[in-house]
Design a protein around this ligand. Structure first.
Ligand code: SF4
Length: 98
């Protein structure tokens, strides 16, 4: 599932640069996660990196967007198709294998 940012967000911006998929941007009031770019960091990390970056724990799973590893990894491959080093599925790059 994609993650979402709750209204507890204090707009510090700590998460924005941590996302490997540039899924986080400033919204109207607070930072937002584009669910079409979020892969839960599958392909890059064994934990959602925005979760670790957030000082107020407001990056949380979106219960309305439950997705499996295959779906998230396919999204990562699509987003990074033109890159020399594509996303990978390893213990260190998927929370499903951690
Ligand atoms: Fe970006 Fe990962 Fe957070 Fe999704 S879970 S918004 S891919 S940092």
């Amino acid at each position: 599932m994609a993650l979402l940012i709750t209204h507890e967000c204090v707009n510090c911006g700590a998460c924005e640069d941590q996302c490997p998929n540039t899924a986080i941007r400033m919204g109207e009031d607070i930072f937002e996660i584009d669910h079409e770019r979020c892969t839960e960091c599958v392909g890059f990390d064994n934990r959602p990196t925005c979760v670790d970056a957030c000082p107020v724990d407001c990056c949380v799973p979106d219960p309305l967007r439950i997705e499996d590893e295959e779906t998230l990894f396919e999204r990562a491959l699509h987003l990074h198709a033109s890159e020399a080093v594509p996303p990978r599925l390893l213990d260190l790059t998927s929370r499903f294998r951690a």
